[in-house]
Design a protein. Sequence first.
Length: 368
Amino acid sequence: MKNILVVVLFCLSFFNNIFGQAYSAQGLERTDSLEKSEYPYIFPIYGADAVKLGYKLPYSAGIGINYLWQNSDLIIDNLNIGFNNGPMHNLDEIIRFNDAQSSASAVNLRPDLWLFPFLNVYGIFAQAKTSTEINAGIWLPDTANVWQELTALATTANFDATTFGVGVTPTFAITGWWIALDMNVAWTDVSALDEPVFTFVFGPRMGKTFKLNEEDMNIALWFGGFRVKFSSSTNGSLNLSELFNLGDLQARVDQGFIAVDVAQANLDAWWNSLSPVEQQKPVNKAKYETGARTIEKAGNIITSLDGALSNAESSTVQYSLDKTNKNKWNIIVGSQFQLNKHWQLRAEYGFLGSRHQFIGGIQYRFGF
């Protein structure tokens, strides 16, 4: 029966989206002179007007390649499973998650364009390797109707994921100081899920750019926050053979039937040992009803699994659950080295709370 928990791994291989830009060069940097130079590019809109006012603009278009890594804790509840599109069974009272961690590493391609001198827009295209580690236990009431952990389970699942998204970054800068409000939405497709996972990321940043000796060479330092919100409901379907070792599954099912029968017998023995007056006490009635309901759920799940084993190779497992980040916010610090107006190197690290992340990459910019 403990292998039934493995189904949850296929809906936890989602990783928090960190595919937004680490930093965009400021859209409005005031120069020391007010030279009315000509602006030769189409974008940004009003770019020529900004140059005439004495602002120095970065090249309007760019493409970046980034490496991303993240690790975060998840909270899981409302877990339901079923077999061969039959009734779904809620496992919240039976399975308790002690720890659930999602991690991912990815390569991200990010084209961007300064639409206006103060507004950058970009796309997100990423391929990722994801991993989910779970520590959980299966619980049933004992002879005294006290909840006991029957068995503990630690397991890991690995999956591939593909992400597509779009983002915008309103920004303002003057005399080297700048503020950027990065926002993006993305859809992450994991093969084990019925639908892509929707993610919204908000990352406010404040920093300063320091000019170096070479022309157009500078270094920027920044700090800020990072907030991730994603769709909490997850559901999907998998082949039974992908989840279980079919060779010993029937033996485990038979052991599950015995465990449920023993638990029911112990619960009935405890209840029958009480006097009629004691049975009417609310606390005892609540214990009995909770134990009976839980044992019935466990029995129904095992019965459904036993039926699916009659044609195991073609049987399927359906699942659904709700998930949330343990912490939505964390702190970020980062830096960018600009070699010239064409080439930039950047790195950013997020920490604090239950989520840690790193972004590092290179960007090439050009006029458009």
